[in-house]
Write a protein that binds this ligand. Structure first.
Ligand SMILES: [Ca+2]
Ligand SMILES: [Ca+2]
Length: 197
């Protein structure tokens, strides 16, 4: 009888192994492994799906900024500030215009800005309160070569002092020569103060 039992037990073990791919002793000792590890792929998928949130809702602000006296309206710095235009402080430009003066800004829908400002060296700062959608066209006035946001005798004096040179800081219209055209632009904007809107 003992011989029969000794024969049957190994045979049953062999049959288990062939059916399950593991020995009955291994399966018993790794029951916990199967119970805890098998849900992992499902948990991983769940955590991945919860990270996907709809963040593609954006608002677009577009417009055109022109430079008085120039045909190339590129490289105008565009700023957006959370503060109102009256107290807005220029920080880091969010974008720049292309040669036709156009710009496009896409913002997350939950973000709001109180003021858009445009700045170009030699020109008064332009600004637009609560920018939304297409703000249209704004022309920056030239001649503020000392960047104090006012065009006056000091700007005219600086331009006159560099007359016939190619000094870029006083070449208001950017044609590589400081001449009567730069003086004229500053003169027609005499006593104008920025920001303009
Ligand atoms: Ca000035
Ligand atoms: Ca010029």
């Amino acid at each position: 009888m003992k011989k029969i039992i000794h024969f049957i037990i190994p045979m049953l073990s062999l049959l288990w192994f062939s059916l399950n791919g593991v020995s009955p002793l291994y399966a018993a000792s790794h029951t916990h492994y199967y119970a805890t590890e098998s849900p992992l792929p499902h948990q991983s998928w769940l955590s991945f799906s919860t990270e996907i949130t709809p963040t593609d809702e954006v608002v677009t602000v577009t417009g055109t900024i022109l430079l008085q006296g120039r045909t190339d309206n590129s490289e105008i710095d565009i700023y957006l500030t959370a503060a109102a235009c009256e107290v807005a402080v220029l920080d880091t430009p969010i974008t720049r215009t292309e040669s036709a003066g156009k710009f496009v800004i896409e913002l997350p829908i939950e973000q709001s800005y109180q003021c858009l400002q445009a700045k170009k060296e030699g020109y008064l700062i332009g600004q637009w309160p609560t920018p939304q959608g297409d703000i249209g066209t704004m022309t920056l006035l030239g001649g503020d070569v000392n960047a104090d946001n006012l065009i006056n005798i000091f700007d005219l004096a600086l331009i006159a002092a560099k007359y016939d040179s190619s000094a870029p800081t006083v070449d208001v219209n950017g044609d590589k020569i400081v001449d009567i055209f730069d003086l004229t632009i500053a003169a027609i904007n005499y006593n104008k103060r920025g920001p303009i809107q």
